[in-house]
Design a protein around this ligand. Sequence first.
Ligand code: ADP
Length: 542
Amino acid sequence: MRSTMMDHYPLTLVPILERAGKLFGKVEIVSNLPDKTLHRHTYADFYRRARALAEALHRAGLKKGDRVATLMWNHYAHLEAYFGIPVAGGVLHTLNLRLHPDDLTYIVTHADDRFLIVDDVLLPLYEKFKDRVKIERVFVVPLTGKPIPEGYENYEDFLKTAMGDFQYPALDEHDTLGMCYTSGTTGKPKGVAYSHRAVVLHSFAAGLAGAMGLTQHDVALPVVPMFHANAWGVPFVATMVGTKQVFPGPHLDPQSLLDLFEKEQVTFAAGVPTIWLGAQQLLEKNPGRWKLAPGLRLTVGGAPTPEALIRSMDRHGIEIIHAWGMTETTPLGSVSRLKSYMLDWPEDKKYAYRAKQGLPSPFVEARIMTDSGEEGAWDGQTMGELQVRGPWVAASYYNNPDATDRWTEDGWFKTGDVACIDPEGYIEIRDRTKDLIKSGGEWISSVDLENTLMAHPAVAEAAVVAIPHPKWQERPLAAVVLKEEYHGKVTPEELQEFLGRKFAKWWIPDAIVFVDEVPKTSVGKFQKTKLREQFKDWKWNE
Ligand code: ADP
């Protein structure tokens, strides 16, 4: 029997933009500009300007599927690009502004970007690779108000080329809305092309009360850059429900963020753990300094979130919601929220659960595959590669027919993460395949060691990597950043002893090295490749 529903109504961004313009015109959008003044406007302005961008792109000759790149911080104009480009039928290609110009050259060329929207403050970066790429027109956002240099077009003038008679092109829900390249820690970056359908469905799932739980009453601030996996969907979900949006611009240090949280009474933010590790230290040092909104929630993911961080943020009245995802999964894959009957569990057990990566989102199926090629039991112990499938999981990489080894024959995506799933269905990531430490034929999870080290009061950051060992094949080395006030007051032996309370002897890192900083990736995660490189000539004591 055929349904009597309008099943052909396409799932695209158009109804989200239209509804935001019609219903939430008075709601504010606030952006921290490079000089730290706040740019304020409303959804009514956003709606008008996003449509103006779409029309201007049409007038400039944009054809359906043409790529429009952005090289921008998080702010109002990037939000306009998030909507204006896709509703014009273009493909929003967010470029990671922390990449090396060589990588940007590769990515822009591979994606065949036709136009570029770039922040004036980021022009020096573009100039480093502009002669190596073929971009037809470059529109510069005058964030500083300074004149736009010769040879570039002003984004504001470009918007003025719109006459206000924009008609949406016919869009299919399978059309590509945007693309994002993985950071390519191994091999060349690979492109993921998101359909309108994937992003719309993802927005519903990410917005659910059991996930981000965003409502119109929230004030949402994505710390996660808009070039990192769609800022985890926050701008799409927030616009869908009419949430006030606050953008940090280039000011991502913990103090600037806390100031902005306080000023705009932010109730929801999202970002990688390293950001919050820094914020937590500031909160501890300056009790009562920031009057944050009651009930502030942080979605934290992109890397393992230490249980100690969840606990300490709770003490400051800030709730961490731990989530897991990947560029290839749009990105939300799982969220750790307690089930109703867990609320009565002992505190320690509840924290242990909140620190897991959580339950797969509705429509994301998850399984683990053991080394022997069998599906692992959900017993909380069997480790295997996490594999997922669902309507917002990539089925291939863009224009990369050789990179098929990430998918199984029966159509699941191989995440490259090693995980176990417990009987309640909670996923726990034990490591990335390439970060696991193989010692004497047994696996050691670097994540478990790091999380425990970061629970020590003296430790600000800890990253554990495998170092080749003549006898054991590999042994763990921990690079530890001490909190300032503990410098010279803690010894490696004390930390080893601390770990010894929880782990078997053979798990304990033989070397604990105090460093000033753990190197970070372009999106703020611990960069283990660099650490391994740094310590590659490490000599173990016999
Ligand atoms: P990159 O490779 O640059 O980190 P992604 O941002 O797509 O690219 O990262 C996806 C990976 O990040 C996952 O495969 C996983 O290893 C890690 N990750 C994401 N969220 C979490 C989390 N909550 N806990 C542990 N690891 C996570």
